[in-house]
Design a protein around this ligand. Structure first.
Ligand SMILES: CC(C)(COP(=O)(O)OP(=O)(O)OC[C@H]1O[C@@H](n2cnc3c(N)ncnc32)[C@H](O)[C@@H]1OP(=O)(O)O)[C@@H](O)C(=O)NCCC(=O)NCCS
Length: 178
């Protein structure tokens, strides 16, 4: 594996990111790959509406049933300005997140995988968790998702258990970030 040492940039999406975000979404559709960490972008035809929802979902006063406050980050490769990943950071856990979803969802563009970006992206997201005041972060992955498991393990994840959700079994890892 080639390890990239370029320091990625994580920042929240803005209007100017429209073309890159939609292209990212379309590339996942074309690859039939699941768009983890994108705050519902897969099913949203309207970028502006998605952006408004992403901004609203950060607010602690947003009490949409079943949702907790969350921040969505775009991840850029500085030298190319390419959008190479997306992250969704849930600020707290509800029952579903505690059982299966965890604090963080993430994805890396297919042509940018296996270069160390996923692991770095998760590390940068853990810094954001620290800034939010979290001390322990739950990250989960499907038992068959070796790439995600290894990304979590590289960031200090400790397996608590495996839990079923419908016909899918998830591994639940805790990362101490004190
Ligand atoms: C999971 C994902 C984000 C990893 O991103 P990435 O940039 O390829 O990860 P890295 O290059 O940092 O690799 C991290 C570790 O995973 C391993 N890895 C990456 N892809 C792998 C694969 N397909 N099979 C086995 N191991 C893999 C790497 O070798 C590395 O481990 P190592 O250093 O111990 O060898 C990426 O595969 C992805 O976007 N998958 C689709 C979405 C998804 O599953 N998200 C997670 C939801 S829980």
């Amino acid at each position: 594996m080639t390890v990239h040492h370029e320091k990625l940039i994580l920042r929240e999406p803005e209007q100017q990111d429209k073309q890159k975000v939609l292209a990212y979404r379309d590339s996942f559709k074309a690859n039939l790959s699941t768009l983890h960490g994108s705050a519902g972008l897969r099913d949203e035809a309207d970028y502006e509406r998605w952006l408004r929802a992403v901004k609203a979902s950060k607010l602690t006063e947003n009490k949409t049933p079943g949702f907790v406050p969350a921040t969505t980050y775009l991840v850029f490769e500085p030298s190319t300005e390419a959008l190479i990943g997306m992250v969704n950071l849930r600020h707290e856990l509800n029952d579903d997140l505690r059982n299966y979803g965890g604090h963080i969802g993430y994805s890396v563009a297919k042509d940018k995988r296996r270069q160390g970006y996923g692991a770095q992206m998760l590390a940068l997201t853990l810094d954001a968790c620290r800034r939010l005041g979290l001390q322990r972060v739950l990250v989960t992955c499907d038992v068959n998702n070796e790439a995600s498991r290894r990304t979590i393990l590289k960031n200090g994840g400790v397996l608590e258990d495996r839990r079923w959700i419908d016909d899918q079994q998830m591994e639940r890892y805790w990362i101490e970030i004190k």
